[in-house]
Design a protein around this ligand. Sequence first.
Ligand code: ADP
Ligand code: MG
Length: 594
Amino acid sequence: MNSRIALLPDHVANQIAAGEVIQRPASVVKELLENAVDAQAQTIQLIIKDAGKTLIQVIDDGMGMNSTDIRLAFERHATSKINVAEDLFALDTKGFRGEALASIAAIAHVEAHTRTEEDEVSHYLKIEGSKVIDQTLSTQPKGTSIAVRSLFYNIPARRNFLKSDNVELRHVIDEFQRVALAHPEIKFLFFNNGNELFDLPPVSLRKRICGIFGSKWDKQLVPSEEATSLAQLKGFVIKPEFAKKTRGQQFFFVNNRFIKSPFLHHAVATAFEGLLRPGYHPGYFLYLSVDPKTIDINIHPTKTEIKFEEEQSIYAILRSAVKHSLGVFQVMPTLDFDHSTNLDVPYSFKEKVPSPPPIEVDSSFNPFHTLDTPTKRQKEAWTNVLSGVQIESTIQPIQKEALMQVPQSTRVFQLFLKYIVCPLQTHMLLIDQSRAHQRVLYERFLSSITAKKGLSQQLLFPVEIELNPQQVEVYHQNKDILESLGFQLKLDKDNTLEILGSPEHCPSSKIEELMETLLFDAGEDRSVEHFSQADQIAKTLARSLAIKSGDPLELEEQQSLLDDFFGCKETSISPFNKPIFITLEKTEIEQKLN
Ligand code: ADP
Ligand code: MG
């Protein structure tokens, strides 16, 4: 029998290796930026087109490569950063696997110019799919410029797997921010499709954070520092009162390398315990320096995971340092512990006209063919519910039947500040107040978006929010949807977003946070879920503005909520796929009490 085993040709091996290291344009950005940092550049420029799908170019003024090194750089396991295995335990560079450039060259068209201090000319190299196409001399300044085009041109499956430009750009921005935050001493520039997204001069860490996220961050940061023989910690935590509902600002760096660590996060989260309102997340920019010998960063090919030798001690150091800084800077007393949930009621139902239980029946009415005024619609929807006609929904037959009965009394009541109990002839409904209201608002917002005429309220005092470049991108992509919901928006040249009007019933005290959540959620990668941007925004808005569990409701408020709710197209599940109500049969009760 012939032998079956053969060594894979290099270009195939490189393609396979590339699969691990390069998942999307952002992975290329990360590798190229890290190489520029390792080359001791003082200025690094990132230029991309179409979120990196068309072009990713990094230009640095670092040490460059000579003619031999530039050829070797694209070979697999070619690195200048380690020689012997022991070096792995004393790393002070980002790279060390010698895989990145070889991987990139295997799956893209690459052009590189590079020049060392000593060389009088620069070297140019062009590679496509691991094959050198051209190599000549060129006349570039000291440093290295690497341009990567047509990423995944020879792996269609990968290329098709890429997400929208919006999502890919977000990943690129994430990687860029991580490197820029790890090196405030380096100047960074970043252009996408010719637009400057970031221009970050060399500054202190605090200023770098503000340069990336906006100057208003300055007052939100509390320094956190600690020095022990095991580890040094520096950085900032975000004061609890500025905590966000999103997890955007959680950054750990170990020896200036961005790290994802649920373990370290836990240490910080426990330090914040009791200081955050439910649903809010701590924000932090924390930098640990440890002896490279005591960590293993080798456990993940993209090097964002880490193992510490002295895990427990690192945990304790981190927790106590963060606690200490929260205490020392007297962050705690500014928190309002007596914050009444009452104040969180999104809008006052009292302003609404209470709708009396209707008496006449209009069987020709279909609430979903028109966009009538809410009050008229509610009234007629109740009529339909009570008279058992025209309930168009996808609810289960049994639930549909449950809704189609004449109530014994229109008196409803609130239970546990969470449910509304609605007694009917042969059973009762137990309705989750928050989910029912989410449903109402969600459908209302969706029809505003479709009809492009959401009711808007002018704000007495316009709200101003400073957007970071990432938010600006998301804003441009979703401006129309936001406006159709009733937002009146104006973006100034300095990226300040002025909110002049908001959807009806949106309390102005909540607008800033709401807009930030909207811009965050709209930029999230949810392509797996197959929901549109509009749908996502309607959901976010509904969740933010809906009545919450724990909110006390007056009788009219309960009734008006049910009016609106029974007028919904869908009554069985909330926009987040949770059941909205259950029924309790009279017979069930009788059996139990038998
Ligand atoms: P690694 O960074 O793990 O060593 P890479 O494939 O990323 O592997 O790079 C291979 C080698 O090419 C590096 O070790 C370095 O010597 C050289 N190199 C890569 N990028 C640059 C750059 N921008 N400036 C100078 N040298 C570079
Ligand atoms: Mg590298």
